[in-house]
Every structure is written in structure tokens, then in C-alpha cells.
Design a protein around this ligand. Structure first.
Ligand code: ADP
Length: 506
């Protein structure tokens, strides 16, 4: 038998990738394409869902072409995606009725405030869905589209519109779109809508009713690892089974082999997302973490996680590049930050979308504090990088408090872990070792594993564990007093970002 491979489609916030993996979990080839970030107003972030679908087809072609493979060499395809980002499309025409509203978008603040005012405040739905009311999640974004796009509500009520995160959008198109496309999601994505009962993985009709969302728009919730359908005839992967869906952060948790209770990973991408496996029962957080589904393989028990989500980390580096122009590429931030010995007293709180975990303060906005005549752009660059490490420390503290045990090391992945100085500073500020695996593309890898397990390409989690290998480890080297001093100043800086937004967010 000739060797076969598994493909993952990683529909991320900044780009779409197709990656082909071999049986050892090694990357064989990659196709990648960025899509436009659309900022129509302060606080609004959109993507063109059609552009994403065109890019998906292109990157699949690139990945196959670069490895000289065809669909016959691919045993299964898995999908992983930016979560919460809401696409609403017309089932009859296949066209989105509005741009995708991205997870970072804050336009739904008013909708969230109104729902909170019905009673219970931000915790109104928390015991049922595991999440606080926040602009981050999909449900209020769907509501906004139905309220603001001409004719959308009528069409939705007539059953013509479909909603999905980008997993469902890509899957529906891959399986035929208007010509028999299947409308499905997995519990990790569904757990980010604010509409799914966290205990039994069903849509909550009462909450959907309160948000004014017809349940007919919602995808069917299947497991994260099973055959959903096949790629359409005429596509690049005709007849290939699509057999795994995991939201990006859950996919990375899977790819990092966090299968035991207490195992955690932290992904450093556009934002940062730390997940800790909590086993087969959902655990409620008392420290600002989200209760979420980690994965569900076929008809086996659901595995849950606690998650600390940080909105802005790598995107702050992009902001230095695109908005301030003090660097011309992301890796250049390393050189700039290394030109000074310390942050010069500057702390940068990147509350561009308010603050997510552990604060959930939508009234916060970004702040650079500690400025003096001494401060240079090098200090600002350094403070921007350090912000990622400090925010991560806050989330780790919350996880330790919620779980009652202290994490002894942290597995990391994502675009920013290429930054050696940042990873050393991270270990220093956490006081525990930071460990990077050999295959840093754990998000795509996790989706590939979910699909490969469903079709018997891999036998199960043990293969994932066997394939995982350490690449590099950073040990904490900072003295404890210095660590405490810097962390204390960071926490003070955070308080300076609070209470900024005081007028109507429209
Ligand atoms: P996503 O999957 O969220 O699109 P990635 O995991 O690809 O993101 O990570 C890309 C992010 O990493 C970008 O926001 C970029 O600014 C940041 N980044 C890339 N290289 C570096 C670097 N050397 N130092 C710091 N940040 C970096």
C-alpha cells in the first residue's frame, strides 16, 4: 500500500492554511493565504466570508501541489477554525448576508447590556452555557445581523438563513454548498455561541428565543471526530472524507496531547488562549475563566476544559507594525526590544477589545502607562511583548486558583513562540518552565488527528502522545523579588485601563 496522509484546513483569524501531515504527525506541505482585516469603525472587525472560501480552495491546491499529491493520497480532512466569528448566509443563493463578524468585534455591547438587564447581569446564562455575557461570543453577533441587515430577520424566520462559525461555513461549501452542502458543527465551536447547553450539548431554545435567533439557523451539533460527509465532486478533494472539526484552541489542546486532567497548553497567536483539561464533567470557574468543551470523540464522553482567553497578544505586534509603523515585520520586534535592557518603566495594557480573562471588562481600553522623557520606541516594543507574558501570568493564576493545584510547566505553541526572548521572559514571570514541541503547528495537527482517528488512520490518543516530542524548554531565571515587583506594577497598570468607555457604543 502506498503511503497516505491527512490534511487539515486551519481557517484562522489572519490567514487560512492547508497542511498535510504524515503518519508520524510531521508536516509534509503547507499552503497559506492571508485575508483582509476589515475595520469599518472603531471596535468593529469583519472578514469577507467569500474571500475565506476562495482562499480555502487556493490553499488546498497549494498544499497538494507542493507535495505532488492528489486527493487519492489523502485519507481524511479535518477542519479547525477561528471560533465565535459569525457567518450568516442564504441557503438558496449560498451568499453571506453580511461580512463575517469577527470574535474581536465589540459592536454587540448594547445587545449584551440589554440581555444582562433582563436579570442576572453578565452571569445571566453562565450556569447553562459556561460563559459570561460578552461581545466575544457568536450569539449576540447573529442577533446584530438579524437586526441590522435589511430583510434578514424575515428570511431567517422563513428558514432560509444559516449560521455558522467558519468551520460550518467551510464545511457547507466543501460538501456542495447550495447543491446539498451539510450544515454541521462540533461541540467545541457550539460551546462558543452562548446558545449551547454545556452539560448535554444541545441548543438552548430559551436563550436563542431571548436573543431573537431562530433555532432553524443553527447547525446540527455532531462530535469533533466522525465522518460528516465527503468533499464535493468538482472540488480538489472529491470523495475525500471530512471527519474532524475542532475550534482552533481546542485543536491545539488536542495536538499538544493534553488528554489527562490537569494538562494545559497556551497558544500565542492573534490573542492568547490557555486551556486546561478538566475531565468529563464541566467545571464552573470562580476566577474569570470560561467553561468550554475540549473535544468529543465519536460517541465517547465529552471532555471539558477551563479556558483563559486573552484578546490581544500577537495582534499588538501587528499593531506596532501596521498602525505605528515602528517595525516592518513581526519578527523585527525582537531586535527592537533587545536594544534596551528593560522596559524603562513602561507597561502597555492592550485592552483594544476591552479586557477578556480574567477581568471581562468591556469598559476598558488600551493604555500605555509609566511614560517619561526617557522612554523610547524600543521600550514601547519591549512593553508590548511583556504584556503577553503578564496577561498569561494572570490567566495561569486563575487556573491555579480554580483547579486548586499549581501547574508545574506550560506547553506552548503559536506564531509568537518563535520569539526566544519572549519565551524566556514568560518562564521568568510565571516561575515555571515553558516547553515548546517540535511540531509548533499544533492547531492544524490537532484537527488532522481528530479526522485521522475517525477514519482509523490513527488508532487513538496514544498515537498523538507517541508522536509528541519536546523541542525546547525555557527555565525561569528571574529572582523572585524582581518577578513580584514587575507583576505588581503590571496589575496596577491594568487598573488604569478600566472605566474608559462611558458613552454609547454604536
Ligand atoms: P493566528 O493563528 O491567530 O492567525 P499565528 O499563530 O499565526 O496567529 O501567530 C501570528 C502572530 O504572531 C501574529 O499576531 C504576529 O504578530 C505574531 N508574531 C509572529 N512572529 C513574532 C515574533 N518573532 N515575535 C513576536 N510576535 C510574533
Amino acid at each position: 500500500m502506498t503511503e497516505t496522509y491527512v490534511m487539515a484546513i486551519d481557517q484562522g483569524t489572519t490567514s487560512t492554511r492547508a497542511m498535510i501531515f504524515d503518519h508520524a504527525g510531521q508536516v509534509v506541505s503547507v499552503g497559506q493565504k492571508e485575508h483582509e482585516q476589515i475595520f469599518p469603525r472603531a471596535g468593529w472587525v469583519e472578514h469577507d466570508a467569500q474571500e475565506i472560501w476562495v482562499n480555502t480552495r487556493e490553499v488546498v491546491g497549494m498544499a497538494l501541489g507542493r507535495a505532488s499529491l492528489t486527493h487519492e493520497d489523502i485519507a481524511a480532512v479535518g477542519i479547525t477554525n477561528q471560533r465565535e466569528t459569525a457567518v450568516v448566509w442564504d441557503r438558496e443563493t449560498g451568499d453571506p448576508v453580511y461580512n463575517a463578524i469577527v470574535w474581536q468585534d465589540t459592536r454587540t455591547q448594547k445587545i449584551c447590556d440589554e440581555l444582562a438587564a433582563l436579570g442576572g447581569g453578565a452571569e445571566r446564562y453562565k450556569d447553562r452555557v459556561g460563559l459570561p455575557l460578552a461581545t466575544y461570543f457568536s450569539g449576540p453577533k447573529i442577533r446584530w445581523i438579524l437586526d441590522n441587515v435589511d430583510g434578514a430577520r424575515e428570511k431567517a424566520e422563513a428558514g432560509r438563513l444559516a449560521f455558522g462559525n467558519t468551520d460550518s461555513w467551510v464545511l457547507w461549501n466543501m460538501t456542495g454548498g447550495t447543491n446539498g452542502g451539510i450544515h454541521v458543527t462540533d461541540p467545541t465551536n457550539a460551546s462558543r455561541t452562548m446558545l449551547m447547553n454545556i452539560d448535554d450539548l444541545t441548543w438552548n431554545e430559551e436563550i436563542a428565543g431571548e436573543m431573537g435567533i431562530p433555532v432553524s439557523m443553527l447547525p446540527e451539533i455532531r462530535s469533533s471526530s466522525e465522518v460528516y460527509g465527503e468533499d464535493r465532486k468538482g472540488g480538489l478533494l472529491p470523495g475525500v472524507k471530512i471527519a474532524g472539526i475542532l475550534g482552533d484552541q481546542q485543536a491545539a489542546t488536542f495536538g499538544q496531547a493534553c488528554f489527562e486532567v490537569g494538562q494545559a497548553k497556551n497558544t500565542y497567536g492573534t490573542g492568547n488562549f490557555m486551556l486546561i483539561n478538566t475531565g468529563t464533567e464541566p467545571v464552573a470557574s470562580e476566577n474569570g475563566l470560561l467553561t468550554t468543551v475540549a473535544y468529543k470523540i465519536g460517541d465517547r464522553d465529552t471532555v471539558y476544559a477551563l479556558e483563559g482567553s486573552i484578546a490581544v497578544t500577537g495582534s499588538l505586534v501587528q499593531w506596532l507594525r501596521d498602525n505605528l509603523g515602528i517595525i516592518s515585520s513581526a519578527p523585527e520586534v525582537e531586535r527592537l526590544a533587545a536594544a534596551v535592557d528593560d522596559n524603562g518603566g513602561v507597561y502597555f495594557v492592550p485592552a483594544f477589545s476591552g479586557l477578556f480573562a480574567p477581568y471581562w471588562r468591556s469598559d476598558a481600553r488600551g493604555a500605555i502607562v509609566g511614560l517619561t522623557r526617557y522612554v523610547t520606541k524600543e521600550h514601547i516594543a519591549r512593553a508590548a511583548l511583556e504584556a503577553t507574558a503578564f496577561q498569561t501570568r494572570e490567566v495561569l493564576d486563575a487556573m491555579n486558583a480554580d483547579s486548586g493545584v499549581d501547574l508545574t510547566e506550560l506547553k506552548v505553541d503559536g506564531g509568537m513562540v518563535a520569539n526566544d526572548a519572549l519565551m524566556q521572559f514568560q518562564a521568568d514571570i510565571l516561575g515555571v518552565p515553558v516547553v515548546r514541541p517540535q511540531v509548533a503547528e499544533t492547531t492544524a495537527l490537532g484537527a488532522a488527528y481528530a479526522a485521522g482517528i475517525a477514519v482509523g488512520y490513527w488508532s487513538g490518543e496514544q498515537d498523538v502522545i507517541d508522536n509528541w516530542a519536546e523541542d525546547k524548554r525555557w527555565e525561569p531565571a528571574m529572582d523572585a523579588d524582581e518577578r513580584d515587583r514587575q507583576y505588581r506594577l503590571w496589575k496596577k497598570a491594568v487598573t488604569k485601563s478600566f472605566d474608559w468607555v462611558d458613552d454609547d457604543v454604536q
